[in-house]
Design a protein around this ligand. Structure first.
Ligand code: ZN
Length: 382
């Protein structure tokens, strides 16, 4: 079994897990003491994927009570071991109810905190959301959100033009990682936000002012600042191959964070479904508003990894890094790679990067029951 760690592939390793943690990663066989588990291949072992932007899937909506639990179980089959339930801008009472629902200690992937996608966003870049719930930064509203949240809000998407430098600094002092998104910020405004403490970009290219050679916009700022973590929805629809490759080329330190941005109707049969005050139409490969605008994705994180390997010409280890270690690092969690001492939140994948087994805290919580491909199926198909 090979081990993916730090964007590199370590061939033929033996991994030992005990008490919820990885206790050894060794090139030679290890005798497992009693109570320890040896994780073995064939395939590739990586730190479990972390989805920092997921609203729901298969009808489960993180903003409704009791639905984080079934979503957490569903995410295991993607190799996801941790996630940030992502809530969207809504009227204050609905926002408070959603923040109290988006939590728990579920039996599937771990809840690592909450991602608040708003409400301090630009009405000029609403994406699919109705902009009437967007606001300028409001400290009282922020305090109400914190008080309502059952899991800490550890990540917030903000529009640079909705906050002053001091307000960005105050949010950072509250321990929140800030991500630039749903923004019509100019290049200069975006750079000022990065200088003030915004360290991330939300779904790069989508719902932000695009690139023009005389008006580089927020996209230009992301391309110019390779030290900023950039979310990418690699479903083949939200971003075309060339801009995805251009973004990756600006990030020599691996600051591409694959996200699903999946919405509750993802994985449901074709039809119309209500969500976030809109009617979403699910067809064979996309989720759209009746106007045709994309409305969140149906992407799974493991499919994003496989597309990253193909589109970005990334090695398997580099593609896995974008879904496991880069998302962790982007929200301030240990980015040190798969080594002794880290939590045994792991995914074992086959050579085509389809998950075979997912462990959380050293316990196998999901296992693929049947081979995904028969022997003569085209390899790399997705
Ligand atoms: Zn979203």
């Amino acid at each position: 079994m090979d081990v993916a760690s730090g964007g590199q592939m370590l061939p033929r390793r033996h991994v030992l897990v005990a008490n919820g943690r990885v206790t050894a990663v060794s090139a030679s066989p290890i005798q497992a003491p009693s109570g320890a588990l040896t994780v073995d291949g064939p395939g590739v072992l990586a730190q479990g994927f972390v989805d920092t932007h997921v609203h729901g899937r298969r009808g489960f909506d993180v903003m409704r009570p009791g639905e984080v639990e079934p979503l957490s179980l569903d995410l295991l089959s993607q190799g996801v071991t941790g996630f940030l339930p992502t809530i969207v801008a809504a009227p204050p009472n609905e926002l408070a109810a959603a923040l109290s629902a988006a939590s728990g200690d579920p039996r599937g992937a771990r809840v690592l905190g909450v991602h608040a996608e708003g409400p301090f966003l630009s009405p000029d870049q609403p994406g699919m959301f109705p902009p009437d719930a967007f606001h300028d930064y409001d400290r009282a509203l922020w305090r109400d959100m914190q008080n309502a949240a059952a899991s800490p809000i550890c990540l917030m998407t903000v529009a640079a033009e909705r906050l002053t430098r001091a307000q960005v600094e105050n949010l950072r002092a509250d321990g929140v990682t800030l991500s630039l998104g749903h923004t019509d910020a100019s290049y200069e405004e975006a750079l000022a936000a990065f200088d003030a403490g915004v360290t991330r970009g939300t779904h790069a290219y989508n719902a932000m002012r695009g690139f023009h050679h005389r008006d580089p916009g927020a996209v230009g700022a992301l391309l110019d600042r390779g030290d900023i973590d950039a979310e990418l929805i690699l479903d083949g629809l939200h971003v075309a191959c060339a801009p995805a490759r251009i973004l990756a080329a600006t990030r020599t330190t691996g600051r591409i964070v694959l996200v699903s941005d999946s919405v509750p109707p993802a994985g449901c049969p074709p039809g119309d479904y209500p969500w976030a005050g809109r009617r979403l139409r699910v067809d064979s490969d996309s989720i759209r508003l009746p106007t045709g605008r994309l409305a969140g994705s149906a992407l799974t994180l493991d499919a994003a990894v496989r597309r990253a390997a193909r589109w970005l010409d990334a090695s398997p280890a580099a593609a896995l890094h974008m879904a496991s270690e880069a998302p962790r690092a982007s929200i301030g969690l240990d980015p040190g790679g798969l080594r002794a001492g880290v939590a045994a939140d792991l995914v074992l994948l086959d050579p085509h990067l389809h998950p075979r087994m997912t462990l959380v805290a050293g316990v196998v919580r999901w296992r693929r029951m049947r081979p995904k491909h028969c022997a003569n199926a085209p390899s790399g198909a997705d």
